[in-house]
Structures are given as structure tokens and as C-alpha cells.
Design a protein around this ligand. Sequence first.
Ligand SMILES: Cc1cc2nc3c(=O)[nH]c(=O)nc-3n(C[C@H](O)[C@H](O)[C@H](O)COP(=O)(O)OP(=O)(O)OC[C@H]3O[C@@H](n4cnc5c(N)ncnc54)[C@H](O)[C@@H]3O)c2cc1C
Length: 338
Amino acid sequence: MVSEVPQHATDTLASLLAAELPGRVRRHVMLSEISRWRIGGPAAIYVEPRSSAEAARVMALMADRPEPLFIMGDSTNTLFDDRGFSGVIMRIGRNLSAMEIGGKSVWAQAGVWMPHFAKAVGSAGLGGIEHTIGIPGTLGGLIVMNGGSQRKGIGVNVKEALCADEHGNFFALDQTQCGFSYRTSALQRRRVVLLEATLQFQPRSRQDVRADMLSILRDRRGKFPQKLPNCGSTFLSNPAMYEHVGPPGRVIEGAGLKGLRRGGAQISKLHANFIVNTGGATSDDVLWLINHIRSEVFIRTGYAMDCEVRHLSPEGVLRAAHESALERWRSRSSGVAR
Ligand SMILES: Cc1cc2nc3c(=O)[nH]c(=O)nc-3n(C[C@H](O)[C@H](O)[C@H](O)COP(=O)(O)OP(=O)(O)OC[C@H]3O[C@@H](n4cnc5c(N)ncnc54)[C@H](O)[C@@H]3O)c2cc1C
């Protein structure tokens, strides 16, 4: 693992965190064991708060520390690095997953598991959530990414987001302040942890919601890889590219890249915008494929595709995975096997 921070400083930080959050702090956690893609080296410190107050406390403790902090939901959109992570991974997951439905309003903690959230909202006779069915990850991750499907994003339903800032102070953002646009939000550009959200949906018959969800699930199961670890769509759909040459999956397939392998990583044979881990894939394998796809598609179409998936460096730099890939392989490489 690469780290600029002296080991004794990280030991001190781990002790401070353990004193504040007893039993919730672990050392040297292999990210390949907890991440969705099953990729990543050791994280120096891993912490799972059990309340919003504990999460805010972690933020406050980290405020003046040199170690990087990464807030993780379920990592369904995140590529960890083979070299690990030199700071603190704070997971907002099942420990923070309460929810309450009252009329058209739904309150939930950020760690609630999205498939559970979507089913509960639909079963309460509320519509507008259907497009999220089948998307893994946490509500917090979905809001931060403004995720969704069928060209919709969860942001339109968010009324208020309760966060803690880098000093551990709570504050609320309304929908406008969240700054939602296609697969992004202002929350991505601030050092904050999203803790709770209130969302608004429209009354709709349970049967109609269920019928739409089942149809979306059937469609997803036929189109997307279900068994091998992956992080969903690798590349964002670019409207101009979509109009002229089609969506990323079709364009990558058209470039003859479906099924291409690099080490343990493979461009899915089912859907070319997915990169699957067939066993033992490394972050370098995935980044290499991303770079290769991007340059082949650019040569053929003139469009440079950007990644939806984000890569976390050992030093805490989080950026669209193609940017990390570009940095590593500025020129085209060889050694590709089908
Ligand atoms: C099989 C599969 C299918 C998918 N299909 C879709 C799809 O149809 N549509 C779609 O939009 N996405 C899809 N995705 C991508 C992914 O599921 C979503 O982006 C998801 O919402 C991310 O949630 P997460 O909890 O896993 O986030 P993570 O990957 O853990 O985090 C994503 C980002 O959000 C930040 N973050 C997470 N939680 C918090 C928090 N509480 N506070 C502050 N920051 C936070 C992280 O720091 C990171 O920057 C798919 C992924 C997979 C594996």
C-alpha cells in the first residue's frame, strides 16, 4: 500500500476512532473482500458508524488529519485500487438503514439498501420509484450519483438531504441546493456525508407499480450480467453520441470489443458497457480495458466516452475511472487476448 502518512500517525488515528466508536473500527481490511467488484488492496482503517452522530464524529475527527477519507455506500459505482487505500473508509450501510413512510413523503437513512427501499415505497402505493428497481447500492450512493434508469434520476424525488460537513456539523440541503444533473450532484463536489433524506412520490396503485417493476426487472435480467461481480455501466451515455452512433454498449460492441479480456477482467459478453470480474481481476486490468475501449471507440466514432464508474487512488483521489486510466496508459498498449 502506498502512503505518504507515517504509520504511527495512522495508528494514532485508529486509536482515536476506536475510542469514539468502540467495536466499529477495523484495520487493514482487504477491499477485495468487501467491494462489489471484488477488487482492491488493504484499507488502512475501516469504520462503520451506527448513528448519524457517530458519522458526524468521524467527520470532525478527520477534519485536520492528513489521511484521506472515503465515504462508501456499497461500492457499486467505485473501483478500488490494487495498492489499497491509505486513509479511512467510512461505510454508510446497513447500520444506518431505517426508513419511514407517511403519505407521499418517505424519510430514510442513507444506508438503506436500494432494492429494499424501492419495494417498500412501491408497496406503500407510491409511484415514481419504479425506474430504480434492480439498481444495487445504498440510497445515499444513489442520491450522490443521481442514479436511476430509463433516463430518470432519483434527484427529482429528493425534498431534503441531511448531511454532516467536514467539521461534523449537521446541515440540510433542499433539492435545488443538491444541484442534481445527469448522474451527478453537488454532493460529489463537497466533503460531506449524506446521512438522511426526505423524498416525495406520487400516489399510484400498488398493482401498477408492481407490474412496471416486474417488467423493468425482466428487462434488466435479460440485458445485464447478473452473476459475475461488476460495477454496472462503465461509461456514461453521451446525448450527442447516442443520437449519432448509439449508446455506449452498442458502440463498444460495434467496435468488436465484446468479450475482450485483460487478466481477470472482461468486457461482458452480455452487455458491452459492463466490465466483469471473471476471477482475480485487478484494478489495473479494469483500467487497461477502460483505456482500450475509450481509444478504440474514439478512433472509430470521434466520440470520447467518459466513465460513470469512479476510481479511488490509494492517496484518496476520487475521479472518473477513465481519467486514472489515461494517466496510466497515455499510449495504446498491446497484449490483448480474446
Ligand atoms: C449490476 C449493477 C447495475 C447498476 N445499474 C445502475 C443503473 O441502472 N443506474 C444507475 O444510476 N446506476 C447503476 N449502477 C451503479 C450504482 O449501483 C449506483 O450508482 C448506486 O447508486 C451507487 O450506490 P453505492 O451505495 O454502491 O455507492 P458507492 O459506489 O459506495 O459510492 C458512490 C459515490 O457516492 C459517494 N457516497 C456514497 N454514499 C455516500 C454518503 N452516504 N454520503 C456521501 N457520499 C456518499 C461515494 O463516496 C462515491 O463517490 C449499477 C451497478 C451495478 C453493480
